[in-house]
Ligand binder design. Structure first.
Ligand SMILES: *Cc1c(COP(=O)(O)O)cnc(C)c1O
Length: 383
């Protein structure tokens, strides 16, 4: 098999049977003509499948090492696909600090009686084991977690999950297959928000569910068609175009994030920096073992004499916006933005303070990003 970067760069290239276009065309047709009424063509109706979606699915499955993937209209739609297939009342074990939207969806479904959702600190093996006692149907992991970058040992957690009869799914959005491949570590499924690193250009919303089992792939595909949650034609084109440069972006942006984290950690205005690339991060050794890069996200807290909002607003090269993993650097205040859907108790459980600041390092020159951070630190003084 050729290398990772080769497979990413060649994804969907030379695959146009009609005109031999080098880059796969954008297919927007909702319907595909049949030669005879009873003979179903490869593509029939675009809710079910279309050529651009199929190429993107093939590329993501290949890079993650799965047997197939289902591309969805968003990352949340990929998570929902996974939930559709579970029995009524099924126990789900999920991270206490899961992505805010994931927590909102699980909480709402659990409140309606659909699931028995249990939230645990997944980086503590004992808590995962206790929550799985008596059996569970789904163990959902997110590592590194967002926004505190806690690291879960995927191999150990997957072993516990499987022993309890649970399907083990990993949300790999924060790292992408360029920096972590959970299926090789024993996970059954991988979830992506393709909106983030995979596309990387912040110009579409989409997701993917990568599978290792043919029967489950068929059932999830059935649900995607039945509920109509598949990825649209133009978005599939953008996602595939972005994916071709994923290895270079992930590596460069990770290197920049590490330099920024090290610089921030040495500053007197900064009380804490959360980044797995730092040697004193509690998950550093595990991250070094199971990841091939430390990622593009870091979070920090300023000293009490500094104002987090003032800092975020003073930044010029980090845009104040939700999302992460794009070529442009972003800053967010999770308690007010990405994690605002959680109750304040749930945020306190997850350790997300109102003062926490999250950064997503883009492709700008690291020296410019650091100069911008330095100016904003100065501007953040409250006295
Ligand atoms: C953004 C995100 C999601 C949801 O993806 P959407 O494309 O916004 O629906 C899920 N998990 C993680 C870790 C995310 O960052």
């Amino acid at each position: 098999m050729t290398g990772f970067a080769t497979r990413a760069a060649r994804a969907g290239i030379n695959r146009d049977p009609a005109h031999r276009a080098v880059t796969a065309p954008i297919h927007l047709s909702s319907a595909y003509a049949r030669a005879t009424p009873e003979l179903a063509p490869d593509f029939d109706y675009a809710r079910t499948a279309h050529p651009g979606r199929a190429l993107f699915e093939e590329a993501v499955a290949d890079l993650e090492g799965g047997i197939g993937a289902i591309a969805t209209a968003s990352g949340m739609a990929a998570i929902d696909l996974l939930l559709n297939d579970l029995r009524h009342g099924a126990r789900i074990v999920a991270p206490v600090d899961a992505y805010g939207g994931t927590r909102r969806l699980l909480d709402a479904r659990a409140a309606g009686g659909r699931f028995d959702a249990r939230y645990v600190r997944c980086w503590e093996k004992g808590e995962v084991a206790a929550a799985l006692e008596g059996g569970a149907e789904l163990l959902l992991l997110e590592t590194p977690s967002n926004p505190l970058l806690r690291i879960t040992d995927i191999q150990a957690a997957a072993r516990l999950g499987k022993a309890a009869g649970a399907l083990v799914a990993v949300d790999n959005t924060l790292l992408s297959p360029a920096l972590q491949r959970p299926l090789a570590l024993g996970a059954d499924c991988v979830i992506h928000s393709a909106t983030k690193l995979i596309n990387g250009h912040s110009d579409m919303v989409g997701g993917a569910l990568v599978e290792t089992d043919a029967g489950r792939l068929d059932r999830h595909r059935w649900w995607a068609n039945a509920a109509g949650t598949g990825l649209a034609g133009f978005d599939a084109f953008l996602a595939l175009r972005g994916l071709r440069t994923l290895p270079v972006r992930a590596r460069t942006q990770s290197a920049s994030a590490l330099q920024i984290a090290e610089w921030l950690a040495a500053r007197p205005e900064v009380a804490a920096v959360h980044y797995p690339g730092l040697k004193d991060h509690p998950g550093h050794a595990m991250a070094a073992r199971q990841q091939s890069g430390f990622g593009v996200i870091l979070s920090l807290e300023l000293t009490p004499d500094r104002d987090a909002r003032g800092f975020a607003k003073a930044l010029k090269l980090f845009t104040l916006a939700q999302s992460l993993g794009g070529v442009e650097s972003l800053v967010s205040l999770p308690a007010l933005m990405t994690h605002a859907a959680m109750t304040s108790e749930a945020r306190a459980d997850a350790g997300i303070s109102d003062r926490l600041i999250r950064l997503s390092a883009g492709l700008e020159d690291t020296a410019d990003l650091i100069a911008d951070l330095e100016a904003a630190l100065t501007a953040s003084a409250t006295t």
